[in-house]
Design a protein. Structure first.
Length: 347
């Protein structure tokens, strides 16, 4: 079946490449052919692309993409569907969408499985929409699908001012959970408290494990969303409730930890971890439908907000990565893509 097109497409496009694993000096703008959507995929004319921690790790050579994924950077985009592959309804042509990509989102055009595309909540710009798919799908998968979070429970979120942290705080507020966060500065603490966190602990100067226990009357928390790991894991076990759950989603503090296995056993804490990128297309499509509903309801009611701190062009992608690596971001960083006219051809 021939790919269905909305419009005549250019032959080539600008994209971000990585010359070799390393610092931001390894990022470069490259010219690539406009991709052709495979069966089950759509081609999106990208208007904006979210910048995420996994992009930085991939650039450093620490997070290789799955074998069947696009090897270039970029996991979430917003834009307009301009072509559909076999098995995808032509009714999607011309639709404004936000999507979780299997790589390649830092480009003027990107393919995404149709099931991983979501309608943009009413009133949001492309820039705001590009900040949503990866973080909200990660939080929903972990806290609500895996962790079974429900109203009345208490959740501890490490990295509360990050993109994932701010999405978690807002979703917990939407669902009636009590939220505690760890952050690196008072500015970040105030930011999280303004979003609905009940307590914010300064991990550089405060003993957050003891403060969590103090603020929960020594009961501990039901769920911990941990993007640090390393030495945090033992403290997580110390302030988790009996039969609570610690969910590791990133390794900013290192891959290895010495933990007190007696705490794990006597408290019957579930210590687990996930990563979204290698999951099946079927899983991610089901996850996208759940998150799409959550976002529609949340933005319609005003409970959820898009928190874009900074925007950059493709030419300034190195600055975007430097901001991400600095740890000074509050919310999300987004690349705004300016599609330039090029020689037309069929894809």
């Amino acid at each position: 079946m021939r790919t269905a097109l909305l419009q005549q497409l250019p032959v080539s496009m600008r994209a971000v490449g990585v010359k070799a694993p390393g610092g931001v000096d390894q990022l470069e703008l490259i010219e690539l052919p406009v991709p052709t959507p495979k069966p089950g995929e759509v081609l999106i004319q990208v208007k904006a692309a979210g910048v995420n921690r996994p992009d930085v790790l991939q650039r450093l050579g620490l997070y290789p993409p799955p074998p069947d994924a696009n090897p270039n950077l970029g996991l979430e985009v917003s834009g307009v569907v301009v072509a559909v592959g076999a098995g995808v309804s032509e009714s999607m042509l011309g639709s404004s969408v936000m999507a979780l990509c299997n790589g390649g989102g830092y480009a003027e055009y990107a393919c995404a499985p149709a099931g991983q595309c979501m309608h943009i909540p009413e009133g949001l710009s492309f820039t705001e929409a590009a900040s949503l798919p990866e973080v909200y799908m990660t939080v929903w998968q972990n806290l609500f699908m895996k962790g079974g979070a429900k109203a009345g429970q208490t959740v501890l979120i490490h990295g509360g001012s990050s993109g994932i942290g701010t999405a978690a705080v807002q979703l917990c507020k939407k669902h009636g959970l009590r939220t505690l966060v760890t952050v690196g500065s008072q500015e970040k603490a105030d930011f999280c408290l303004g979003l609905g966190a009940e307590k914010a602990y300064l991990y550089k100067t405060q003993d957050w494990e003891q403060l969590v226990l103090q603020d929960t009357q020594q009961q501990g928390v039901d769920l911990i969303l941990d993007m640090v790991a390393g030495e945090y894991l033992n403290k997580d076990l110390g302030c988790a409730k009996p039969q609570g759950m610690v969910i590791v989603i990133a390794l900013l503090g290192g891959r290895f930890a010495n933990i007190d296995a007696a705490k794990l056993m006597t408290k019957q804490v579930v210590l687990t971890g996930t990563t979204l990128r290698p999951r099946s297309a079927e899983f991610k499509a089901d996850l996208a439908r759940q998150v799409e509903s959550e976002l529609r309801e949340g933005f319609s009611s005003g409970v959820l907000k898009s928190l874009v701190q900074a925007t950059f062009t493709l030419d300034d992608v190195a600055q975007a990565h430097l901001l991400m690596e600095s740890g000074n971001s509050l919310g999300k960083i987004v690349l705004c893509i300016e599609n330039q006219g090029r020689e037309s051809g069929q894809t």
